[in-house]
Design a protein around this ligand. Structure first.
Ligand code: SF4
Length: 288
């Protein structure tokens, strides 16, 4: 069943959570903290950003470890990962790479796709924006996913194309990882990078990971019980009613409230007591 029902007080409670949030504490645990050193270098930020978003599975500690391995291979310069002269060495060094079910040969193929796009002078922003301007956010994400998968019929390692689902696929995936990448690149508000300019921030969509979905459901931002693109649209629509210009600014806070353990995802007065959104929380509604 769909339909969000936010209370009239939710915006104020959410703003309190946002206003008091320890951004720097959580940024130190987040993959984004490893991309920020290249915040003014579009090619490096796009290269490391898309790699980090593809690896955004599992704990933030394990994701940061895997990004660190790629940075070591790049000798600290992310753009080196897509230098044609470096391709042979990087492919050899990626042989033992593994992050959960993602293998080095898949990462090597992705780097080849990024190098091909760079060779044509196209940024990932131009790829996304082409789709966005033709249809909307889902079409932008679809264009990005198709560009990263590579031409239909081209040879890719097993499982490679499945790393880039599109909201237009029959599965109607929530596409958390590419949606997160777009947030990092587009939002100008801290801690995001603000390197992209062509998509209005009011048009961004929420990267709906398990933490964000849990709290969104418990705050009434959605009544849907599955994480699909329809749920992404519903949660985003509810947040847009609170901040039409920048609805996704709440994503980092909602996500890290779960990651940090600030939210135990159960009734625990010792932890929930000071929670700014407790009056809205499904687990506490009606309790004093
Ligand atoms: S009241 Fe507790 S369970 Fe509910 S959102 Fe806050 S910390 Fe999480």
């Amino acid at each position: 069943m769909g339909g969000s029902r936010i209370s009239p007080e939710l915006p104020a409670h959410l703003e309190r959570l946002y206003g008091a949030f320890p951004f720097d504490r959580s940024l130190a645990q987040d993959p984004l903290g490893m991309i920020r050193p290249w915040a003014t270098d579009l090619r490096s930020a796009e290269t490391l950003g898309v790699l980090a978003s593809v690896l955004a599975i599992g704990t933030t500690a394990s994701i940061r470890t895997s990004i660190g391995r790629l940075l070591t291979i790049a000798d600290g310069a992310p753009a080196a990962l897509i230098e044609p002269d470096e391709a042979g060495r990087i492919a050899r060094e990626l042989r033992g790479f593994r992050h959960r079910w993602i293998r080095g040969d898949q990462i090597g193929t992705l780097l080849g796709r990024l190098a091909d796009l760079a060779g044509t002078g196209r940024s990932l922003e131009s790829v996304f924006s082409g789709g966005f301007e033709a249809g909307g956010f889902a079409e932008g994400l679809d264009a990005l996913a198709r560009a990263l998968r590579g031409p239909e019929g081209s040879r890719t390692p097993p499982g490679y194309r499945a790393l880039f689902p599109s909201p237009l696929d029959p599965s109607r995936s929530a596409c958390k990882r590419l949606t997160l990448f777009v947030r990092w690149m587009r939002r100008t508000g801290y801690p995001d990078l603000g390197q992209w300019h062509r998509v209005p921030t009011g048009e961004l969509r929420i990267p709906l990971d398990l933490h964000v979905y849990w709290i969104a459901y418990h705050l009434g931002l959605t009544r849907r019980r599955t994480r699909t693109w329809a749920t992404v649209e519903e949660v985003t629509g509810a947040l847009r009613r609170i901040d039409p210009r920048d609805p996704i600014r709440f994503d980092f806070v909602l996500c890290h409230t779960g990651i940090s353990g600030d939210c135990p995802k159960r009734r625990d007065l010792a932890i929930c007591g000071p929670c700014a959104v407790r009056p809205e929380c499904r687990l506490w509604r009606g309790a004093r």
